[in-house]
Design a protein around this ligand. Structure first.
Ligand code: ARG
Length: 460
């Protein structure tokens, strides 16, 4: 039975019903709808719509229903109810009879769905905070494991300066930390209860909405009924945080795909997160990482879709807004699973240190060291840069790294270069020099790992 039958004399076309119904996806709000309904039933006692005995009977029936849907949420899908709100109300009436018909007094599905969705976002937000935290913890563990493992650092995908694998892992730790704080921030902002806003103009019953908000676990009640039922900012915010975080982990994925390529050979991915080719027996494909990269597109797509749905939508509720859920659920599920997958990839990761070391030493990535050496000997940096450029061209022609040039060869470019240049050109010295905060010197790396560990420990 539809909730709005009285005004109609003809049944809805089945094709319209299919198009209009949202139960197949909003069944995920069942628990929140029940919790919101219990809160509302308590509020109805305070305004004399329900007696305490009636409320108790409703609460018992609602709680029984809650346990049932928690045990088997998919059972809801066998119903042909329009949406989760009709389903819960229908079930209640089935169980407690006419009493169930009183529950919707003073409430609209508009404030109801807004409340359900916020309750769901609050719960899902906590799950996602834990997932981001989990990946951050794994990144710090990885940094500890490969604390001193040298890795070539790139700009423009050209070898630039040596870094360490730990430094690379901690770069993603930082990005995820901003994602974490953005999520916390969004959760604070969405922590307001729309219930009691009615269809759009507020409820006609003198409900204490602040108390109701606190009962439901919100920080406070929303302030404007029109805004309360029309606002989907939190949906957009969560999708946008998910999008940005997916962009972060897609860069992580891309780095590792490249590191695992035959061309680089820096890392080996575990069999647990790779697949073979049906034709080429030698292949081990980085599917988990490619999917993280690929799924980023659909998360960003959901965000774009939601923004366009809301653009120029008149106040207050419009059915367009029903389109908020599928995109949100999918974006947050995808983000959650991708964070998990990124963690799994790190679990079995092997780094091929001889290869990373050789690569870090190649590509003239110590050219900046030579320039700094010349600066130390009194040559202005711009000039030093030019001299080193010429030396690099020469070395490339000789097919030698800089450190294999003889002093006499160096002196063609600058006569201040002597024997003391060789230690400066070493990998160890290149790293050691970068002592300033956030750099790759062993002391800085060790400090950064310790800091990150303490920080995570204090958070959890
Ligand atoms: N299924 C609807 C949604 O998700 C619930 C709200 C319906 N409100 C209405 N006025 N038809 O948005």
């Amino acid at each position: 039975m539809a909730l709005w039958g009285g005004r109609f004399s003809e049944a809805a076309d089945t094709r319209f019903k299919q198009y209009n119904d949202s139960l197949r996806f909003d069944y995920r709000l069942a628990v929140q709808d029940i919790v919101g309904s219990i809160g509302w039933s308590k509020a109805l006692v305070t305004v004399g719509v329900l007696t305490q005995e009636e409320q108790t009977a409703l609460e018992i029936a609602l709680n029984t229903l809650k346990y049932e849907v928690e045990a088997d949420p998919e059972q809801i899908l066998t119903s042909d109810a329009e949406d989760i709100h009709s389903w819960v109300e229908g079930k209640l009436i089935e169980r407690v009879g006419d009493l169930g018909k009183k529950l919707h007094t003073g409430r609209s599905r508009n404030d109801q769905v807004a409340t359900d969705l916020k309750l769901w976002c609050k719960a899902q937000g906590e799950v996602l905070l834990a997932s981001v935290h989990g990946l951050q913890a794994k990144l710090v563990e990885t940094a500890r494991q490969f604390e001193t493992t040298v890795l070539p650092g790139y700009t423009h995908l050209q070898r630039a300066q040596p870094v360490t694998f730990s430094h690379w892992a901690l770069a993603y730790f930082e990005m995820l930390d901003r994602d974490y704080s953005r999520l916390q921030d969004a959760l604070k902002r969405l922590n307001t209860s729309p219930l009691g806003s009615g269809a759009l103009a507020g409820t006609a019953y003198p409900i204490d909405r602040e108390k109701l908000a606190l009962d439901l676990g919100f920080e406070r009640a929303t302030r404007n009924s029109l805004d309360s039922v029309s606002d989907r900012d939190h949906v957009v915010e969560l999708m946008s945080i998910a999008s940005l975080s997916m962009v972060h982990i897609s860069r992580f994925a891309e780095d590792l795909i490249f590191y695992a390529s035959g061309e680089a050979g820096f890392v080996e991915l575990s069999d647990k997160v790779t697949s073979g080719s049906s034709l080429m027996p030698q292949k081990k494909n980085p599917d988990a990482l490619e999917l993280i990269r690929g799924k980023t597109g659909r998360v960003v797509g959901s965000l774009t879709g939601m923004l366009l749905t809301l653009k120029a939508l008149p106040l207050a509720y419009n059915k367009d807004m029903q389109e908020d859920k599928e995109g949100l659920f999918d974006a947050l599920d995808t983000w959650h699973d991708s964070l998990d997958m990124a963690q799994l990839v790190l679990e079995g990761l092997k780094v091929n240190e001889p290869v990373t070391k050789k690569a870090a030493m190649g590509g003239y990535s110590n050219a900046t060291e030579l320039a700094d050496y010349l600066v130390a000997k009194g040559i202005p940096f711009r000039e030093a840069h030019h001299i080193v450029g010429e030396a690099v061209v020469y070395a490339i022609k000789q097919s030698k790294p800089l450190e294999d040039l003889a002093v006499s060869e160096f002196q063609q470019f600058s006569d201040v270069i002597s024997d003391d240049v060789y230690p400066i050109l070493s990998l160890e010295s290149t790293l050691e020099k970068r002592q300033a905060l956030g750099g790759v010197s062993p002391a800085q790396i060790s400090y950064a790992i310790n800091q990150a560990e303490t920080y995570l420990k204090n958070r959890s």
